[in-house]
Design a protein around this ligand. Structure first.
Ligand code: FRU
Length: 509
């Protein structure tokens, strides 16, 4: 990895022990970043991830490993693919090789094949380059062997990485397709293979839309629009760092078509730069408008053709400085994504995977006018889910104060402004923000009311707030570090009258 793509280690001092999220995966006492090799195999979800096995800052990149049966509760396993003196193991993906095309397993007992980026070190003959390599597992993902013929695909490039491989079937037969990036050229490069070992170049997509940083961790998958199997569109996900709408790292997407060779974005998902060369980031399509959802990719082999994504809940702007110990960094909740028609166009909607139990409505059909209503406090040891349907009516703002101090001195504020029609998450006074100058921030997204109704699902999990608005058409996710004991929540209406049709607060664990 070169200077521009290195993630420098932050201060190594130990911070005070921090309360861990309950439903967001963290490694026990080490660092993690990107989710890698998300795969469901034999009924088990595997989450591999960028891991430093020796420290809680970025470095010694290897693939950590955790498994789950419900995408909510994870068990950590030993490091799956370890760095060595020649290479760091950067991001990539895993496929189940059902046809034994690679020869690593058998047709009856298919191997799992990881396609990862070898970030070659100085002692390697490939020094200075990044290239794609294979590792395989014949024991359902618990132990891994690097392929002796590595690397299997290089371009002589120092920034060629993050392969996402999937099985493509078209009129001309089926094959493996890889999307990866030429990070500094803001390009997604596509290849195909019959056996995962020999790769043939197909095409290049980009630069397009947000190009203010390196393109990383792409994904490409088909989805029916509104569930219609006769109207399938393809979604190309491109994470970028920096240059995202909220600053620093974030994920954008394009909707279009893929014919087995080339991805073509629909004209309505492309945002041309203005005459001065600037692209209006507010018009690009974002997976998340908050600060902390990056490197998001989807599972291979999720059941019933579901498309389930996980992102890294962090931002390279301050990732190595988060005030947590001994762990550092969490994954997002798993999100089921679908394409739905929004304002006449196919757009992603995202639904967090959540436990089934729910609380009783705290408020039903209540008119609020310049009032504050207390909500149940968040509970230690649980995550909190707030589900609300609100008609802002004549109110200027409807605001939730989350993880607040009892004397009102601090809180994370989620507010809807009826004049600007924007939903804003403000963590400037959320608690500990001083650990990095870029952390105190406020981010917002445009939101259209649906028949006058604002629909919110907010998940508060110790040190994060994830907001899914309007059925998941708009998502905002931020980390926050409230001071111990700051668990208060209320809803406040200002400048007119709003009706809270329904508000349910549930403790989740
Ligand atoms: C994204 C990224 C990837 C790379 C990995 C290294 O966060 O920079 O492009 O493979 O992290 O840890």
């Amino acid at each position: 990895m070169t200077e521009t793509t290195t993630h420098p280690a932050g201060p190594a001092e130990e911070a005070a022990p921090t309360i861990r999220p309950v439903l967001h995966y963290t490694a026990k006492d080490t660092w993690l970043n990107d989710p890698n090799g998300l795969v469901r195999h034999q009924g088990i979800y595997h989450l591999f991830y960028q891991n430093n096995p020796f420290d809680n800052v970025w470095g010694n990149m290897s693939w950590g490993h955790a498994t789950s049966t419900d995408l909510l509760h994870w068990t950590e396993h030993p490091v799956a693919i370890a760095c060595d003196e020649e290479e760091d193991i950067f991001s990539g993906s895993i496929v189940v090789d059902h046809g034994n095309t690679s020869g690593f397993g058998t047709v009856d007992d298919p191997a799992l094949v990881a396609v990862y980026t070898s970030a070659f070190k100085d002692v390697s003959v490939h020094q200075g380059t990044q290239a794609q390599s294979l590792a395989f597992s014949t024991d359902a993902g618990m132990t891994w062997n690097k392929y002796a013929g590595n690397p299997v695909l290089g371009r002589g490039s120092a920034h060629f990485r993050d392969p996402k491989v999937f099985r493509y079937g078209g009129p001309g037969g089926s094959c493996w397709v890889m999307v990866a990036v030429e990070a500094q050229h803001q390009q997604v490069v596509l290849y195909r293979s019959a056996n995962l070992k020999d790769w043939e170049y197909l095409s290049t997509f980009g630069p397009a839309n947000a190009i203010g940083g390196e393109w990383e961790c792409p994904d490409l998958f088909p989805l029916p629009v509104d569930g219609d199997p006769d109207n399938v569109k393809w979604v190309l996900v491109v994470n970028l760092n920096p240059g995202a709408v909220a600053g620093g790292s974030g994920g954008q997407y394009f909707v279009g078509d893929f014919d087995g060779v080339q991805f073509t974005a629909d004209p309505d998902s492309l945002v041309p730069a203005d005459a001065g060369g600037t692209t209006d980031l507010n018009r690009c399509l974002w997976l998340d408008w908050g600060r902390d959802y990056y490197a998001a990719v989807s599972f291979s082999n999720a059941p019933e053709n579901r498309r389930i994504m996980i992102g890294w809940m962090n931002n390279w702007d301050y990732a190595n400085s988060l005030p947590t110990s001994p762990w550092r960094s969490a994954m997002s909740l798993a999100r089921e994504v679908e394409l739905a028609t929004v304002d006449g166009l196919p757009r992603l909607v995202q639904r967090p995977v959540l436990p089934l139990d729910r609380g009783e409505p705290a408020i039903q059909n209540m008119e609020l006018c310049d009032t504050v209503v207390q909500l149940p406090d968040a509970m230690p040891g649980s995550a909190q889910l707030i589900e609300a349907e609100i008609l802002p009516g004549t109110a200027r703002t409807v605001a939730f104060r989350l993880l607040g101090a009892s004397d009102g001195s601090a809180a994370t504020i989620l507010s809807f402004d009826a004049v600007t029609s924007r939903l804003t998450l403000d963590r400037r006074n959320s608690g500990d923000t001083a650990f990095h100058e870029k952390f105190a921030s406020t981010e917002s997204a445009p939101v259209k009311l649906d028949g006058g109704v604002l629909r919110l699902r907010v998940i508060v999990d110790q040190c994060s707030v994830e907001v899914f608005a309007q059925g998941g058409g708009v998502v905002l996710s931020d980390l926050v570090f409230p001071l111990p004991g700051n668990l208060g929540a209320d809803v406040c209406v200002q400048g007119g009258t709003a009706i809270v049709r329904k508000l349910v607060v549930s403790a989740l664990s």
